[in-house]
Design a binder for this molecule. Sequence first.
Ligand SMILES: Cc1ncc(COP(=O)(O)O)c(C=O)c1O
Length: 341
Amino acid sequence: MRIIDLRSDTITKPSPEMRERMAQAEVGDDVFGEDPTVNSLQEKVKELTGKEAALFVSSGTQANQICINAHTRPGEEVICEYRSHIFNYEAGSPALLSGVQLHPILGNYGVLDYENVKEAIRPLDHHFAQTRLISLENTHNRWGGTIYPIKKIKEMRRLADEHNLKMHLDGARLWNASVVSGISIKEYAGYFDSVSLCFSKGLGAPIGSIAAGSAEFIDSTHYYRKAYGGGMRQAGILAAAALYAIENNLERLKDDHRRARLLAEVFNTISGFVVDLQGVQTNIVIIDTSLNKKPAPQIAAELAEKGIKVQAFSSTRLRVVTHLDINDQDIDHTIEIIKKF
Ligand SMILES: Cc1ncc(COP(=O)(O)O)c(C=O)c1O
């Protein structure tokens, strides 16, 4: 049976060309800073983000967490969005590793309201954890790949500056936002003290993320990467895949976005499935199944039996993600199956 896996853009497998680039990579010991391919990836990301330094790490979680750790001290507080990745899917590591508490605020399509954030910033008083950092997510995974408007980012930056707060961007899928909005990675990154980017999502590399920021900041994240057991040795093999991904798989993200839109529109015509089309901005589609008699996990299981794998996000929500290993024929086939479903 033909299997079409729409659960996540992390499931992609490296292409023969990407593997060839990995096989040819020049390597060295990256813990000594001597891997030339890792170094050139870090240089490339410095250029792309306009930041002074970058550090290659194993995962998006690690990139976010070393940044949180380097920005904060135990007992401090980080403001984030309620459905954000750092709050929901990073295993409680802000508490575990940095000793900080998160202060989540429900946003709209992942976008935080200025007044709500202003209200959430703790006054300087011994009763309170001190607010140190605001973390934003762009695109926003759990809200369905939504793009954080640049106007709202600028507004948040002003607020952060007024209160002497740092800003971190979880940019695991910033590539997708940039391709749609036409706003460069550099412009987005310019509003933040630190940014994390992933190569293993839409860009299709097998492993790897990166944190970027000032030279002093990235120097301090080195310590946390080591402390988390994240120092890698001949990591150039992985960095080569990331370089290949940046060079070859960035512009094509618009195909993923077009396909996600098409799937969203079709799902929306089927009774028992509702998609908020306003929220479909990149490669993720969230399908509300609350009008369906079956719970979302059961629908996902039944679709899987027909060869279509989707993710149950909750008892009433499914998530569908388009990616590098999905082509137009896969979309046509998926549409055929769901229309019959
Ligand atoms: C928005 C966002 N940030 C961070 C991550 C973490 O990435 P990783 O799975 O590489 O730790 C993910 C993973 O899907 C994500 O969607």
